[in-house]
Design a binder for this molecule. Structure first.
Ligand SMILES: [Zn+2]
Length: 295
């Protein structure tokens, strides 16, 4: 079972890394981890993410109600909760304002596809959600058209969100995203970026299939219909069709995925648990005790 203390420490470590890389200024950014079906451990508001301690963390339910922790939670947690409600496979969310990625959102310039292998392989398409005032449910819902099929989102005139199986998985996607945007900006100074050729794209999509990484292009459409010019400036895909199902259903969670600790070792995947499971309840109570400093 995931140790909440490990998770709290992982969120602190992600905080140190995003601060060191300049992905946040002042008290910007927030990260979270889903502890159980209705409990989410998240970073508090009004604190530099580079200097957090495990006991600073807050626990909220999936409606955003404060459950435990002496600090105040962040209103931006709503976009995390919206993701958890719609993606049972996701256990962690990282939201920051990385300068290179945020520059694309300020310029309202969509990110190209099929330019760098690692981006297409491990992230896939990165959509840009429309602008909304931060912290509202309307803000959270701006990613609705893409939430079921994408792992990184740009937020217009704001920043970026990455999701994953644990805090480091989400954080590494954010690193890749900002690195990608930085390279695109540098390539722009050299003229412009060029896409991978047709054969390379087809091989990447096949590799993704072999690795078991979903990519809507290998399901919904071919890699090149229509508009790919091998080595040409841009690959044009058919327009994205939003997920037809209900957006805010909270489906039954699958068994928790393996959680990778900071040391790299993996905990065995525990059996499926519900919030009313006595063991889950014990974990929540333990976290509450620690949050309140009674441990
Ligand atoms: Zn933000």
């Amino acid at each position: 079972m995931v140790d909440p203390k490990d998770v709290a420490e992982a969120l602190c470590e992600v905080g140190r890394r995003v601060w060191q890389r300049g992905f946040v200024a002042s008290n910007d950014g927030n990260f979270s981890f889903r502890l159980s079906e209705d409990r989410v451990l998240c970073t508090p508001t009004l604190i530099s993410k580079g200097f957090m301690k495990p006991e600073d963390m807050v626990i909220v339910d999936l409606d955003g109600n404060h459950v435990a922790g002496s600090r105040k939670g962040t209103s931006e947690v709503r976009i995390h909760l919206f993701i958890y409600r719609n993606r049972p496979d996701v256990h962690s969310v990282v939201h920051v304002h990385p300068p290179h990625a945020t520059a694309f959102t300020v310029a309202k310039r969509d990110l190209p596809k099929c330019v760098l292998q690692e981006v297409d392989l491990f992230i896939g398409e990165i959509p840009m959600a429309p602008y909304e005032t931060t912290g509202t449910w309307e803000f959270a819902r701006t990613i609705a058209p893409w939430v079921h099929h994408h792992d990184c989102f740009l937020l217009t005139n704001h920043g970026a969100v990455a999701i994953g199986q644990d805090p480091f998985d989400a954080y590494y996607k954010m690193e890749t995203l900002d690195q990608y945007c930085r390279i695109l900006l540098l390539a722009g100074q050299l003229g412009d970026w060029q896409t991978i050729n047709m054969k390379g794209i087809e091989e990447l999509l096949k590799l993704k299939q072999r690795l078991g990484i979903a990519d809507k292009r290998s399901v919904d459409c071919g890699p090149c219909s229509p508009g790919v010019v091998p080595g040409g400036p841009e690959v044009v895909f058919p327009p994205y069709v939003p997920h037809p199902g209900p957006i805010e259903d909270s489906p039954k969670l699958p068994p928790r995925l393996q959680y990778r600790t900071n040391s790299g070792k993996q905990n065995a995947p525990p059996k499926e648990r519900r919030a009313d499971d006595p063991e889950v309840r014990a974990v929540i109570e333990e976290v509450v005790r620690r949050m309140l400093g009674r441990a």
